[in-house]
Design a protein around this ligand. Structure first.
Ligand code: CTP
Length: 462
């Protein structure tokens, strides 16, 4: 009881708000004088495996508020929050639809629990089924990444991966096991596809993207997208003209923890960001030295510099790439980026291994993301006084690629410009500039020979 008012609380996802939701809220309100509606956060839904929610948290909250029924709308972020809310808001009645009958009896210790008859014949699931129409997706390339894309796509509603064109790499066993059709001709496959996923070395991307766009297909392509800014600008313009999505497969961007961290940093939790230090290294369990384009920066550079581009912006003022090569193959690249009032030191390595954590230094504290920062599920915000440390956990399902594919499908179905890209053209092109510089040999190259750290002769290729 609050100010003599009987407080009622209810929770839900409220995706694609419908008549059933409105009736539920109206009846809940009639149980008291003051109604609080808890709307699940995107991260909470994903965390509990509800991956198919169509609208974002802000879209869903706005729709609930616009009904004018609730007196207050809050966000439900974690399991166990209901008890905390009931105590915090002095709740008298917890109300929920009858589909949850019995599931919330444990709250009876704290308040009255009422199950309200669910409205027949309408649900978000049905409405989503219309939205989640199936999209025929073809794969260009049939390597292990394609295998992973196919298995993760099985968890994305409506992503119907039907086939793969092998390119010139052998068909990976996981692609074979997935049972998709294998095509000898790219044109044949493109004819059946509404969208494509491309996994090839970076030197092939521009041409393959071009062909896919010409065939009217939306494109999700492995990173980094382009070897040159000119290619990037041309192909983004082409995609725009044709109303097609062109998206970089940079899975980290779509991880719940990464998204949340990005929002927290933008809202100033550690003040202005002053420095970022992170490394991404890998000793692959597949043959990885068949072409120089499998080298560290060519293949992993976009992940390497992602923290700077995502948290400090696209407008770095100066950049230096320090490279260690072995027999023409890039083993290690350290990118030093200088911004107006911040710096970043980011490394990528392939064929060697180092600690893969990330530290983001700010004016009033810092963020620590344990390894592997590129597949984040946990981070801490730390301050001078260690007792002020805040810990954040946002789990992810499977290998994490499904979030990226989900976003790709959402943009394919709703229109290329229905939502702002989460990793924008500017951000892709700022990354491309670094790849282009690397490709032109505009780097500091440490002496040749196996892992010539320190000992080698220092040359600038420029
Ligand atoms: N609800 C209802 N009648 C419906 C649909 C939902 O009374 N036809 C109630 C639910 O029982 C819950 C609240 O509305 O108390 C929010 O439900 P939510 O899970 O967001 O909506 P659903 O349509 O049930 O979503 P889904 O299909 O994803 O389960």
């Amino acid at each position: 009881m609050r100010d003599g008012k009987r407080v009622v609380i209810t929770y839900g996802t409220y995706d694609l708000l419908h008549y059933g939701h409105i009736r539920l809220m109206e009846r809940a309100k009639e149980l008291g004088d003051y109604l609080i509606v808890g709307v699940t956060s995107d991260a909470f839904d994903r965390d509990r495996g509800k991956l198919n929610v169509y609208q974002s948290l802000s879209e869903r909250m706005n729709a609930v508020l616009a009904t004018g029924i609730p007196d207050k709308v809050i966000v439900e972020e974690f399991q166990g929050q209901k008890i905390a809310d009931i105590i915090k808001y002095g709740v008298d009645v917890f109300a929920i639809g009858s589909d949850w009958e019995g599931k919330f009896d444990f709250l009876k210790k704290y308040c009255e629990v009422v199950y309200l008859e669910r409205t027949k014949g309408v649900s978000s699931t049905e409405l989503r089924a219309d939205k989640n129409r199936s999209v025929a997706v073809g794969c260009i390339g049939a390597d292990y990444l394609t295998g992973r894309f196919i298995s993760e796509s099985a968890h994305v509603p409506g992503a119907d991966v039907f086939g793969a064109y092998q390119l010139d790499t052998p068909v990976h066993e996981s692609v074979r096991a997935a049972g998709v059709s294998l095509y000898d001709s790219l044109d044949d496959m493109l004819e059946h596809a509404e969208a494509v996923y491309i996994s090839a070395t970076i030197d092939r991307h521009a041409d393959l993207i071009d062909r896919a766009l010409d065939a009217g297909c939306h494109v999700l392509c492995e990173s980094p997208l382009f070897l040159s800014r000119a290619d990037g600008e041309r192909l983004f313009a082409k995609a725009r003209e044709r109303g097609l999505v062109l998206m970089e497969a940079l899975k980290t961007v779509y991880f719940p923890a990464f998204e949340h961290l990005r929002l927290l940093l933008a809202s100033g939790v550690i003040g202005e960001v002053k420095d970022i230090a992170a490394s991404f290294s890998q000793i692959p369990d597949f043959p990885y030295r068949e072409t120089r384009y499998q080298g560290a920066f060519y293949d992993m550079g976009a992940y390497g510099v992602l923290p700077a581009i995502a948290f400090l912006g696209s407008d770095y003022q100066d950049a230096r790439l320090i490279c260690v090569d072995d027999d023409g193959y890039n083993v290690w690249t350290k990118a030093e980026l200088v911004y107006g009032t911040a710096t970043a030191t980011l490394s990528v390595g392939r064929g060697l291994k180092t600690e893969g954590d990330m530290v983001i230094t700010g004016e009033s504290g810092y963020v620590y993301v344990p390894a592997p920062w590129w597949k984040p599920d946990y981070f801490e915000i730390r301050h001078e006084d260690l007792r002020d440390t805040r810990k954040f956990f946002y789990g992810y399902q499977g290998g994490g690629q499904r979030y990226e594919t989900f976003e790709f499908m959402r943009r394919v179905r709703d229109g290329a410009d229905a939502y702002p890209a989460r990793f924008s053209e500017d951000e892709v092109l700022a990354t491309t500039d670094l790849v282009e510089r690397f490709d032109a040999g505009d780097v500091v190259r440490l002496g040749h020979g196996k892992y010539a750290f320190g000992g080698g002769e220092r040359v600038t290729d420029r």
